[in-house]
Design a protein around this ligand. Structure first.
Ligand code: CA
Length: 334
């Protein structure tokens, strides 16, 4: 007798429970289609079926968190045209040197390199005058959409460059927590994650700042100089245990969980799960797939083979349609 029959019966009886639906995190909104982090990109991600929409936060001069990936402005806005003289001595324009009112006069465009070339050439080509959004504008937007569409799409907030902000005299983590608390969102049950690359800051959020919201430790490579954290250590079993003391999960880079060159998983997902941590890797992009892997194969590896708990993606629609197909395939008939 074949194994298949009892397995099939089991699938039919418990099919819907067998497939734990992974969390879809819209990375910078629907950034595969519209300029990242704009209100429009958040709306599109919501309508594409994201479970969470990401907000990277940096501060304005008047200490208001705005949704931007970088402390610099020139790769996503027309700041050089509007305020040509307002760069620092390194030639760069910092969001922190502009008031919110000034920031909101800028137009946001598709991400470019320092030389002005579009980073993802197939993406948005238009010139609509998109604007920088504040964190609270995005909270209000998502809450209103949730109410009207009876959904529970969450916020996935990143504290950007906390050390840099502190050196400039500002406490981004404290300000972010104050806003979450004002909206009643700093608790374990709220549909919110707060993520950070800087492990010392994740620890500070949990201890000194008494954050109750779910925390995610992002994992970079030491060579990127993203923060002073030692990512080689954080990736070890010991490091993961240290993370589990203060956070609910990790956000590793996809190549840290699967070696695509040798077509085999690393031990990171298994070890993180063993430490009781969720794993939400970044970033699935259909226009930047691992060499010689299709979109379908990459998602199969992440969800079926590695069983990651969620995924950051610029293409919510692509991941959503993959997950819906898996759910339908194991659904009981009749
Ligand atoms: Ca981010």
């Amino acid at each position: 007798m074949s194994y298949k029959f009892p397995l099939l019966m089991w699938l039919c009886l418990f099919g819907t429970q067998l497939y734990a639906k992974p969390t879809i995190i819209a990375h910078r909104g629907a950034s595969g289609y519209l300029p990242e982090h704009t209100i429009e990109a958040a709306v599109l991600a919501f309508s594409q079926g994201a479970d969470f929409i990401e907000q990277d936060l940096v501060l304005s001069k008047d200490l208001i968190p705005v949704v931007l990936h970088d402390i610099h402005l020139e790769t996503v806005t027309n700041v050089e045209q509007v305020f040509p003289k307002r760069h620092r001595t390194d030639g760069r324009y910092y969001a922190f040197d502009f008031t919110l009112e000034e920031l909101q006069t800028l137009n946001v465009h598709e991400r470019t390199t320092q030389k002005g070339e579009q980073v993802y050439p197939q993406r948005y080509h238009g010139q609509s005058p998109f604007k920088i959004a504040t964190f609270e504008q995005q909270i209000n937007l998502i809450q209103q959409l949730n109410r009207q569409f009876k959904r529970n799409v969450g916020l996935y907030v990143e504290i950007k460059s906390p050390r840099w902000h502190q050196k400039n005299g500002a406490d981004l983590s404290q300000i972010t927590l104050n806003i979450l608390r004002k909206h009643g969102l700093d608790n374990q049950d709220s549909h919110v994650y707060v993520q950070c690359f800087d492990f010392a800051e994740t620890q500070r959020l949990s201890t000194e700042l008494q954050a109750k919201v779910k925390l995610i430790q992002l994992i970079a490579e030491n060579s990127w100089q993203e923060s002073e954290s030692d990512y080689d250590y954080l990736k070890t079993s010991e490091g993961l245990k240290a993370i589990a003391k203060v956070a609910q999960g990790i956000g590793p880079w996809i190549p840290q969980v699967f070696n695509f060159q040798h077509n085999r998983p690393t031990t990171l997902v298994a070890n993180a799960h063993k430490a009781g941590l969720l794993v939400h890797p970044y970033t699935f992009r259909k226009d930047e797939l691992p060499k010689e892997y299709s979109s379908q194969q990459t998602l199969e590896i992440l969800f079926e083979q590695l069983k990651v708990d969620g995924l950051f993606t610029d293409f919510t629609d692509e991941v959503k349609s993959y997950i819906d197909k898996q759910v339908n395939e194991v659904k009981p008939k009749g």
